[in-house]
Structures are given as C-alpha cells and as structure tokens.
Design a binder for this molecule. Sequence first.
Ligand code: PMP
Length: 394
Amino acid sequence: MSTATLSRKADFPGLITADGAPWHYLDSAATAQKPQAVIDAMARALGENYATVHRGVYSRSAEMTLGYEEARRKIAALIGADDSEVVFTRGATEAINLVAYSYPDKGRVLLSELEHHSNIVPWQLAGWQVDVCPLTDDGQIDLDAAEAMLTREHTMVSFAHVSNVLGSVLDAERAAELAHSVGAKLLLDGCQSVPRMPVDVAALDCDFYALSAHKLYGPTGIGALWGRAELLDAMPPWQGGGAMIDQVGFDRTTYAPAPQRFEAGTPAITEAITFGAACDYVRNIGLESIHAHEARLVAQTRDALGAMNDVTLYGPEESAGIVSFLIDGIHPHDLGTILDEENVAIRAGHHCAQPLMEKLGIPATARASFGIYSDEEDVAALIRGIERTKRIFG
Ligand code: PMP
C-alpha cells in the first residue's frame, strides 16, 4: 500500500488552514487531529443522546450508560484487555498518577532517561525512590543496564513503550521479564504506542498500561489505565466522591470494586463515548497498516534530513512515527516559526522530557511526528521549509 492510499486527509476537517490551503500538520505526537466520525460521535453524545450515566432511572440515561460501558469494551479490545480492568482517567498523566499514589507497595521505581515528565513527577510526588536506567547510543532504553540495576527493592518499573521525543520502541516483553524476575511490576506509558502500532497487553505481559485518547484521534480530557485485575483489586481508591462507593456512613465507608472504585464523580461521559468512536476509527483502518504507513514516512524524512550535512538526527532508524532533529546554527523555535509561514506545523522544545535534553546536552529539538493523515506531501513541505529556513539564516 502506498502512503497516498492510507492517508485519510479527507476525513479530517482540521487539516485545512483558514484560507483553505493544506495544513501540513506534523505534530501528531503532541495531539492528533480528529476525523469527522469522531467529531460527529461527540456531537451526538453531547446532543440528541446526552444524559448522565449509572444513576438515571429513565431510558436515555440507561442508553448513555450502555454507551459509556461499550466505550470501555472498545478500549479494552484495542489493547487485548478485559473491560473490567480498564479505568477511565483524564489522560495518561492521571493514569500514571493513579498507580504512583495508589499502588500499595511503594518501594523503588526504575524509570529511564527518556521518560516524559508525566512518567517522572508522579513517582517523585508520591514518595517513591526513583532510579534511572540509561539509554543506548541510538536512544533506546538500555535493558542490559536495567537488568544490572534491578534489585528486590524495586517494586515497579515504568517505561515509555514508545518515546515521544526519539520514537524509540521498547522491547516490552524483555522489560516485563526483567521486572518480574525481581518481583517488580511493569507499567508501560502507551501514549505514543497505542496510536502507532498494535498493542496486546496480554502478549506484552506488562502489569499496567497508560493511554490518552487525544493522541488516538479522540478527544482531550479522557484516557485510560489498564491494570491486572488482582492488582487493581488490591489498590485503595485515590480520589473519593460519588460513583466510587458501595456504602457511605460517617463511621465507615466501603467502596465499589474496580474499575468504578477509581472513577469518582460524574465521569467525562461524552469524552469516554467519543474515545470509543476513535477506537472504532483506528481499528477499521488497522494498526498494522498505520504502523507501516508511518514507518515509510519516518524513513523518507530521515533519508532527506540525513542527506543534509548540517542536520543531526536523534533516535534510532526504526523509530515509530517520530523524528527529532537539530540544524546547525538554527534554533528549533526559529525553524518552527518559519515553517509556520509555510503552513507546516512541527513541535520545537524539550517535549516535556527535560532530563532527556540534559542527557543529550541540548536545550531542545525540532520534532516532526506523523499520523494516519500524513503523506509524502507533508514530508516534501517540511523539507522545502527547512531549505528556505537555511537560506534565510544564510
Ligand atoms: N507520556 C508520553 C510519552 C506523552 O507523549 C504524553 C503526552 N505528550 C504523556 C505521557 C502525557 O499525556 P497526557 O498529557 O495526554 O496525559
């Protein structure tokens, strides 16, 4: 399949500028554009179908509850999980916070140098002892080093499945084996992997998986935590309120079983249902095809940039959908600003991974990241824009 046949630009109303010109959106790792099917699902959930869930005795509320629980099943199916093990959260950030605060055995956690701040700060705030696994020269989490570092004091290993800066893909099965060999659990930050490759939590043998809907062509404000049933069952609630209880008394309160125990308050009903619609959209296209499509665009981009002798590329050749780079003498923010004049949108900065920038000895990178709708035209526009920027900077 050529990239042109997979590219679904027509499904995405956001990919046109205000003047009607094509918008070359290369910032999908920050957040993905939304297909019309997802926008329509959100409008229906907020409009003709709208009502609360779980409490209503009237039929509209009962239907909304079915839709909300159906969305949970769709998310579970996307990652090969059972829906009773999927907790709705505000995003991946909240999913990681939930485990960091509520996991009962807070010992040492092994993170890596490439983690997003969302997979660093929650562990610090919740009082874990943090150890940091180094990277290989090409920007992968060094699992040989992890093996040497892990001890029986580690109760958790928490790694990005795909790096949001380098696109490196973790060997998750080996990471699970290593974690389990010392009795630790493995949490995978799946923010960048779920939109880019097939994920099966049972095959990966991990223990927790965090994901965000807005990177998966769905809405903001909603994500999910998958956790093994026996682990979720052993975790106390971390936020209290309505919907998460069994019986409330001033002397004693008992809690609902997981996943409801972790969903205090009226949930993000419309967002959850729309998250389900986004899962339908990507499953219909197929994550194998999406992965292959983005791999071709990454290869084209890396080839074109690699041919420029003033460009440094970061991350491994086989990166998933993400290319980080620097051009000698041009700050990524200047590049991003000039590219914007050409209707090309990239990300420039530390990408919420300051420790990784420090490790690389740089303040920032320019990052191009792809999605279902990206195509060769977007890559060509990026390269044209980079050449123009270089001419401007002499
Ligand atoms: N982890 C990674 C690897 C990410 O890319 C992001 C989003 N940039 C997050 C965590 C946080 O996700 P969210 O803000 O959607 O909770």
